[in-house]
Design a protein around this ligand. Structure first.
Ligand code: SF4
Length: 695
């Protein structure tokens, strides 16, 4: 298409970035025709994107213009069972402000709970005017721990979040271990670099309960039992120490705590760990030998391994391996975790109001907060960038809390989510195609400017504007308040080093000053107080119920013998885009688990435990680990047959470190509801090869 054609059709292309909760933060080229999004492609502004993006974001315009989009503010009349009516922004914001004041006067401001997570990873969409408003008002605070907190705490304690090996350096590795990650679903731009490394002779090990696409292509796949990654890593540590293969020179110079780690690992012989983790001991020993022998070796540590009672210790044990084996100091050697610490800025640089010492609520305890908390009870829930009715643990308790007649719930979102459907006031938010933002990648180390490609759809408004408006109504806005996304953009970039702000506003993309492809222990070092790796962070040992590097067994009973996991899929980003799913999601089960239960593909089954039950079609899948069943992460209530998601079966217990959720630490049983109510062909059509996360 030439320039003349573009002119004729009123077409233009806007360079922007994807801010969704995915490690890659792709650079995008959005084609707009007559003010509407025509196409979303990857651009070449970001080397890692290289013109390619996932199918999820290619179809993002279906969200922008879809039926579920919230066109204008809605207010529910007549209590919890009443109907929504259209409201003006002024009326809706006045109502919220007056309820906030009334609740503060009667119960205290801590009776208001703001609730948000990673619906957008943009720096403006969260922790700007929203944080200022809620801090000034003195509401309860939220511990945003639903994801990545155990791994983040481990990475911080060991290395002070030293920047990791970047995707493009994987091609230099001779051994790649992908542990608890499925880049085909999340962080897809790592895949070509792994393939390049393999083509150049690198060995690939995948550690995951499922035989994912990548696991099929691996030299060794360890189909580890969910929750036992920690013992697998400890067995490799023990092997290294015992065989004299630990890098003592490196440990002496760069680490503290090696002796304590060695002692805690000492009980985990290869045989013992293999029996607990359900692995072939020979394969596990092969991996330990490969890791000792081959360099450069890199470990891609994902988030799948953290979502269980041993998750923090698993992350610690896995991330400690390159130190014990001395894998740093070469390109393609070391580890990758989140690079969120690569940029040294913090929202504290621009919020401008200190965090008050008000009640801190762990978001994984939302059900408890809504039903059990007193002094004061939660009277208002203000939800944005988040869909807790389906994404939080103990879903039935959360739903019961949201159904409280005396709870006032505000949901500020782009589409009518399951949570919005239960709210008293619903406010329409812009998507990332309709407002400015700044997006940092946590898989790589770039910062990019998100620019609006189209005008706001309907009456949608950006987050910064709405929270600033509310602050005005509550008499909290200071003079010079940043009330629009552009003003806030300038205020945030104004806190950054001059060259970063200049490049961001100019080229639209900045690479981390460490160069974007640092060699660990050459270009970057641990950011711990003494610059050394803290292999046994004492402070965490005291905070961890079981102690560091300890394994806690799941108290499984004979009644609930199956483990349930809910992996990310190729259809949603967390629960974002869940409204676009068609048909019910299938529960995946190994044929050997189905046979004694008399189940087959197409059966409608109920999966249950004492917390609840989920009804869905069954799909037999030999890629599942025996004893483990899988239902996709991010489902909305319409995607199962009884309106419950996998989270109805997840307890709100917390991980050993970091207060995270235990989504992959669930025991269930599965039984048939009716004999073959769905056509097996239909079930295959909905799930086979369609990104339901078990391939
Ligand atoms: S979701 Fe991930 S892979 Fe897809 S466009 Fe966004 S950053 Fe890229």
């Amino acid at each position: 298409m030439g320039d003349d054609d573009n002119l004729k059709w009123g077409r233009s292309t806007v360079d922007t970035v994807c801010p969704l909760d995915c490690p890659d933060a792709c650079s995008l080229a959005v084609t707009v025709e007559k003010g509407k999004v025509l196409r979303i492609d990857g651009s070449h502004a970001h080397d890692a994107t290289n013109g390619y993006i996932c199918a999820k974001v290619r179809r993002f315009s279906e969200r922008v213009y879809g039926e579920a989009r919230i066109p204008y503010p809605l207010v529910r009349d007549g209590g919890r069972d009443g109907e929504f009516r259209k409201a003006s922004w002024d009326d809706a914001l006045d109502l919220i402000a007056s309820r906030m004041e009334a609740i503060r006067d009667e119960w205290g401001a801590e009776a208001i709970l703001p609730f948000s997570y990673g619906g957008s990873n943009g720096l403006l969409t969260q922790d700007t005017t929203d944080a200022r408003l809620f801090r000034q008002f003195g509401t309860s605070r939220l511990a945003r721990t639903v994801c990545a907190m155990p791994t983040s705490t481990a990475n911080q304690a060991l290395y002070g979040k030293m920047p990791g090996v970047t995707y493009s350096d994987y091609r230099y590795a001779r051994l790649i271990i992908v542990w608890g990650a499925n880049p085909s679903s999340s962080g897809v731009h790592l895949i070509p670099h792994i393939k390049a490394a393999q083509a150049a002779g690198a060995a690939l090990v995948v550690i995951d309960p499922r035989r994912t696409n990548l696991a099929r292509q691996a030299d060794i796949h360890l189909a580890v039992k969910p929750g036992t990654d920690v013992v697998v890593a400890l067995a490799i540590h023990r092997f290294l120490f015992k065989q004299g293969l630990a890098d003592q020179e490196f440990l002496d110079e760069h680490a503290n705590g090696a002796a304590q780690l060695r002692e805690r690992a000492s009980e985990w012989t290869i045989d013992h760990a293999a029996s607990v983790a359900g692995l072939d001991p020979e394969l596990l020993e092969n991996v330990a030998e490969m890791y000792a022998d081959i360099s450069p070796a890199v470990i891609r540590c994902g988030w799948g391994l953290e979502r269980n009672r041993n998750g923090g210790n698993a992350a610690l044990a896995v991330l400690a391996l390159p130190t014990v084996a001395g894998k740093f100091g070469v390109r393609g050697g070391g580890y990758s975790m989140s690079n969120s610490g690569a940029w040294r800025h913090s929202p504290e640089d621009w919020i401008g109001v200190p965090e008050p010492d008000t009640r801190l609520v762990n978001m994984n305890h939302l059900g408890r907060a809504l039903l059990d908390y007193r002094d004061p009870p939660v009277q208002m829930l203000f939800v944005y960038n988040c869909n807790p009715a389906v994404t939080m643990p103990n879903q039935n308790k959360v739903l019961e809390g949201l159904a409280r007649q005396d709870l006032f719930t505000v949901v500020f979102d782009q589409v009518m989510t399951d949570t919005a459907a239960l709210a008293d006031v619903v406010l329409p938010a812009t998507t990332f195609l309709e407002s400015y933002d700044i997006v940092t990648s946590y898989g790589l180390s770039t910062m990019q400017l998100a620019k609006p490609a189209i005008d706001a759809v309907g009456e949608a408004r950006p987050n910064v504007e709405v929270f600033a408006e509310l602050a005005n109504r509550l008499g909290l806005a200071a003079s010079g308040e940043h009330g629009t996304d552009v003003e806030t953009l300038l205020a945030v970039t104004g806190t950054m080093p001059d060259e970063v702000g200049r490049d961001l506003m100019g080229a639209g993309i900045v690479t981390d000053p460490a160069g974007g492809a640092p060699i660990q222990f050459v270009d970057v070092s641990p950011r711990t107080p003494d610059g050394k790796v803290q292999l046994f962070p004492e402070a965490l040992d005291h905070q961890t119920p079981s102690g560091l590097y300890r394994y806690q067994e799941h108290p499984a009973t004979d009644e609930y013998p199956l483990s349930l996991i809910s992996p990310a899929t190729e259809k949603t980003i967390n629960s974002s885009l869940g409204e676009l799913r068609r048909g019910p999601a299938s529960l995946h089960m190994h044929p050997d688990d189905a046979e004694p239960r008399g189940l087959s593909t197409g059966d409608t089954v109920r999966m249950f435990n004492p917390l609840g039950e989920v009804h869905s079609p069954l799909r037999l899948n030999p890629d599942m680990r025996r004893g483990t069943v899988g239902l996709p992460k991010g489902l909305w209530r319409m995607s199962t047959l009884n309106g419950s998601t996998a989270n109805a079966l997840v307890s709100d217990d917390l991980t050993d470190i970091g207060g995270g959720a235990v989504f992959n630490d669930v025991r269930v049983e599965v039984a048939r509801v009716v004999t073959v109510s769905l056509d097996a062909e239909d079930v295959s059509k909905w799930s086979a090869g369609s990104g339901d996360g078990v391939h």
